[in-house]
Design a protein. Sequence first.
Length: 342
Amino acid sequence: MNAIFAQLLNGLDKGGAYALIALGLTLVFGTLGVVNFAHGALFMLGCFSAVTFRYLITIETVTVDPEKLSPWGTPLEVRTPLVEGWFGDYGAVLVDYSVPISMLLAVPVMLIIGIAMERGLIKYFYKRSHAEQILVTFGLAIVLQEIVKSFFGANPVPQPVPSDLRGAADLGVWLGMDPHVLTYPWWRLVYFFFSLGVIGAVFAFLHFTTFGMVVRAGMADRETVGLMGINIDRRFTIMFGIAAVVAGVAGVMYTPLLPPNYQLGMDFLVLSFVVVVVGGMGSLPGAVAAGFLLGILQSIASMTEIKSIIPGIDQVIIYLVAVVILLVRPRGLMGRRGIMES
C-alpha cells in the first residue's frame, strides 16, 4: 500500500508538468484557434533560460594565491564566481538558488518570444487549416531545437537543486506513520505546489480580472466582442505570450528533475497533446485534470510489479487510457460541442 501511495506522489510532479504545458496549449487553442506544435519547444526554451542564467552568474574570475602552492611548488589558481566577488555571501546564495531565481530572466524572455512568435508567424495562419498550422509550428519547433543544440550541444545539462531543498521530506511522519516509511524528495514537492500555484494564478487571472473576462468572452464570441470596440486581437496576442510564460516557467523549475537537452520539448509535446485531447479540446479544467491523471497513471504503471506482468506498460499507458476515454467520450473528459468537429 505504501508503494502505491509513493507512486501516486511520484506522479504529481510529472502530472504538474503535463498540466502546465497542456494549460498553455489550451490557452492558445481556445483563444486563437491555433494548434501550436511549437509549444513543447517553449518548455525547452524555459529550461535553457535556467541554464543560461546559471552560466552567467557562474562566470569566474581567476586569481593566483601565492600562499597556496601545488605539489610542484607553483602558486594555485583560485576561481571565484563574479557574483560572489561582488556580493559576498549573497552572491553564494544567488548561485545556490540559481534555478528558482532564473525565473526573473525566463518570464520576460518567454513573454517576448511568445509575442514575437504570434506577431511574426502565427497570425498569418489563423484562417488556415489545422493541418497547415501543425506543419508550420512543427517546423518552427525543429528550428528552435536546432538553434539550442548549436549553442548548448546535444548532451543534457544538469542543474543543481538548492542545497536547502536537497534530500527528502518524511511525509510518513506527517501522516502519522513510522519514520522513513514514506519519503518524498523536497524538490518534487516544491514543483507540485509550484504547478498548483501557477495553475491557480492563470485561472484567477481569467476569472477575476477584467482583462481575463474579456478574453473569455472573446473565446466564446470573438466577433461580438470586436463590435463593442475592444481590440480583442491585442489581448489574444498577450494571451499567447502568457501561454509561453507558463510553459517557460514550467521548464525552469523542472530542470533539477530532468537535465534539459534540445530534444526535451518534443518529448513532452506529444504527451501534452494527448493530455489536451483527453481533457477536451479548449477546456482549461480538462487539461489540468487530465495532466495530473495521466501523470499519476504513468507513475503507477512504472512500478516493477506491474511491469513484470505487462512489460513496457509504462511507455504506452497514456495512449491506452486516451483510446479508452475517447471511445467513451469522443470530446474528452470536459470537451465542448463544436470544438475540432466538422
